[in-house]
Write a protein that binds this ligand. Structure first.
Ligand code: NAD
Length: 295
């Protein structure tokens, strides 16, 4: 069993750390917010005084933080100095590709192993240990991380070198944001044409319009009972997080010289959805913006 620290004990970090405890690992953690430390303690996580303290005398450090600047801040704030050489640093936050590569460089310069390993699956997946991890980094780092990630998820994919996990995450979520808007537009058009939601679903779900946003996460109540549309659009995956990922995709596209007009349009529409006060609702609630009516 490994000695592991988790830095960032928020909505995702607490259940992820709890699953590591359940698998018999010795788990410590740190968060800036005392109540979050309390939540983690109730799942068997030992509190530490700082990120640097948490990185002392452990085999693996997992970070689960809001953005790239927080990851670079904790990597730079003594964690790498405090850790023993060869410690594996896994960053599971969703951050920009440039910061992810910066974090790998800091870790490599300090003679540490490192992996970017963002997740999909949300809080539900974190609780149920069914997350998908998309990993970027060396083969050695990946092999060492794999059994630990498998304690928190059901699928662990090595996508390539430093930053490849973050690249996979934002490319996937760009598809998701665009496809949810497309599916929402189709349902709103169907409403105007007098076609029932169920009839459109029955045809499109088995025809060429089929996609995950339709068949697993349908943005209207009825056809897919488990979709957030049936639960008053409670997330799920909040619109604010979708906007964050679409902005990261746009930043990456600009830096790499890629043309992503649909991704840009999706980022703008989710920006409006958030400005409408809907950032806390599920991202499938974008259908209300398309319809021009809040629910
Ligand atoms: P969250 O805001 O609930 O948790 C982040 C935690 O980091 C907070 O508790 C905050 O206090 C802590 N923190 C910030 N700066 C810190 C520092 N310097 N040292 C220690 N702790 C610090 O966010 P979350 O929902 O848990 O998401 C974490 C990451 O996972 C984000 O990058 C997010 O985009 C990604 N993610 C979230 C979801 C989701 O559904 N919530 C899904 C996939 C990916």
């Amino acid at each position: 069993m490994a000695k592991i620290s988790v830095i960032g004990l928020g909505n995702m970090g607490v259940p992820m750390a709890g699953n590591l405890v359940k698998q018999g690992h010795e788990v410590a953690g740190f968060d800036l917010v005392a109540t979050n430390m309390g939540q983690a303690a109730s799942r068997g996580v030992t509190g530490r005084k700082s990120a640097a303290d948490a990185a002392t005398d452990v085999d693996i450090v997992v970070t689960m933080l809001p953005a790239g600047k927080h990851v670079l801040e904790v990597y730079g704030a003594g964690m790498l100095k405090a850790a023993k050489p060869g410690t594996l640093f896994i960053d599971s936050s969703t951050i920009d590709v440039a910061s992810a590569r910066g974090a790998h460089k800091l870790a490599g310069d300090a003679k540490m192993l490192s992996l970017d390993a963002p997740v999909s699956g949300g809080v539900g997946g974190a609780e149920a240990a069914t997350l998908t991890f998309m990993c970027g980094g060396s083969k050695d780092a990946f092999e060492k991380a794999k059994p630990i990630l498998e304690a928190m998820g059901k699928k662990v994919v090595h996508c390539g070198d430093a930053g490849a996990g973050q690249a996979a995450k934002i490319c996937n979520n760009m598809i998701l944001g665009i496809s949810m808007i497309g599916v929402s537009e189709a349902f709103v058009l169907a409403e105007k044409l007098g076609l029932s939601h169920q009839a459109l679903f029955d045809v499109a779900s088995t025809a060429s319009g089929q996609c995950w946003s339709l068949t697993s996460y349908c943005p209207v109540p009825g056809p897919v009972p488990a979709s957030p549309a049936n639960n008053n659009y409670k997330p799920g995956f909040a619109s604010a997080l979708m906007l964050k990922d679409l902005k990261l995709a746009q930043e990456a596209a600009a830096a790499a010289g890629a043309t992503t007009p649909m991704g840009a349009a999706a980022a703008q529409l989710y920006g409006l959805h958030n400005a409408w006060g809907e950032g806390g609702t599920d991202f499938s609630g974008i259908i209300h913006l398309i319809r021009g009516k809040s629910q």
